[in-house]
Design a protein around this ligand. Structure first.
Ligand SMILES: Nc1nc2c(c(=O)[nH]1)N[C@H]1C(S)=C(S)[C@@H](COP(=O)(O)O)O[C@H]1N2
Ligand SMILES: [Mo]
Length: 353
């Protein structure tokens, strides 16, 4: 793993660990934490469901398993800060984790549907948002506070949104949220709350720092040190993204036919429809071979062979999704003070021998 920080633990796999596509092995799955990983005693643990509900629930892990139908989803989680380093070339982004292109991974999660648990509690018709709270306290939040976010009710009721206790058929690892995490496929990773212990039905989005202040797209001129709750655009559904996994930026492959591989991921339940790759900085393009989507919530890998001349080459990629949306050309267009949602064309500089 490429470890950006030990405490809190923030790490992404090396690109070579993701080139195979499909499900990511647990030991290669990226980790994103805002505070210390909490130590939870499974025996004393309970999930509380409160707020605008007809019946408050307090469920042990055994009760959760016994009362609701088991459900499974394969989903790619992607951090909103994925590919941030490519933005820092435009302008510095101090105080944020310098993610490369691998702050995303795919797993098969099993648990119960959030919608089923909410139906059991009975929602008041005024409910418009479902908030999640966890016990890990982030010293980075202002003021320091437990991790919390929310999702609009429409998304929360989607059959793909799970409260999960397994990952790739193994018990959920502690660093990925044991004993229970929310899995919100197609949305930024920040909404998939780990160590989930409270679900609250509300009229308004969560007031917690990671919903109200962080994970928001600020205008390029804003001072991130002076933002107030509610500033900027709250990031929720993912937007189409595409990155090169091999060859590595700055590498020196032999001149001639060169295999280029990468991934693309569309937001919500959209799929990737086409990926083009350029050997010459975007002047000419070749259509890449694109994997079919294994499901609506998962990445798709692509590959092509480019005949590269001796000397310097700039390999660039762009994608389209099934709604016809395409990725923006330049990181300068999408630059924002916290370095979120970089979906610009990835550029890999090679020097062929
Ligand atoms: N309780 C809690 N949940 C959390 C976080 C956190 O710091 N605390 N980080 C979020 C962010 S920003 C991301 S991208 C994903 C990362 O999940 P992973 O560490 O399993 O890859 O978890 C989300 N859930
Ligand atoms: Mo994230």
């Amino acid at each position: 793993m490429v470890v950006h920080e030990r405490e809190p633990f923030n790490a992404e796999p090396p690109p070579a660990a993701l080139t195979g596509g499909g499900i990511t092995p647990l030991d290669a799955f990226y980790s994103r934490n805002h505070g210390p990983v909490p130590d939870i005693d499974p025996a004393g643990w309970r999930l509380e469901v409160d707020g605008l509900v007809e019946r408050r629930l307090s469920l042990s892990a055994a009760e959760l398993r016994a009362r609701f139908e088991e459900a499974e989803v394969t989903a790619t989680l992607q951090c909103a800060g994925n590919r941030r380093t490519e933005l820092t070339g435009v302008r510095d982004i101090p105080g944020e984790t310098p993610w490369g292109p691998c702050a995303l991974s795919t797993a098969r999660f099993r648990g119960v549907r959030l919608a089923d648990v909410l139906a059991c509690a009975g929602l008041d018709p005024r409910t418009a948002h479902i908030a999640f709270t966890a016990p890990d306290v982030s010293p980075l939040a202002d003021p320091p506070q437990p991790y919390g976010v929310s999702v609009p009710l429409g998304k929360a009721l989607g059959p793909e949104v799970l409260l999960a206790w397994t990952m790739n058929d193994r018990p959920l690892p502690r660093v990925h949220g044991a004993p229970l995490r929310a899995v919100v496929p197609g949305w930024i990773g920040a909404r998939s709350v780990k160590w989930l212990h409270r679900i609250t039905a509300r009229t308004a989005p969560s007031d917690a720092y990671f919903q109200a202040t962080a994970y928001r797209l600020l205008p390029a001129g804003a001072d991130p040190g002076r933002t107030r709750p509610g500033d900027g655009i709250p990031l929720g559904p993912l937007t189409l993204n595409c990155a090169v996994l091999s060859p590595a930026d700055g590498s020196r492959p032999p001149a001639g036919p060169t295999v280029i591989t990468g991934y693309a991921l569309a937001g919500e339940d959209r799929t990737v429809a086409r990926v083009d790759v350029s050997p010459d900085g975007g002047r000419s393009w070749t259509r890449a071979d694109l994997d079919e989507a294994a499901g609506p919530w998962v990445w798709q890998h692509w590959r092509t062979v480019l005949d590269l001349p001796a000397g310097a080459s700039e390999v660039v990629a762009r994608a389209w999704d099934c709604a016809g949306a395409t990725t923006p050309e330049s990181p300068a267009t999408v630059w924002n003070p916290k370095g979120y949602a970089n979906t610009s064309w990835p550029r890999v500089r090679l020097h062929c021998g």
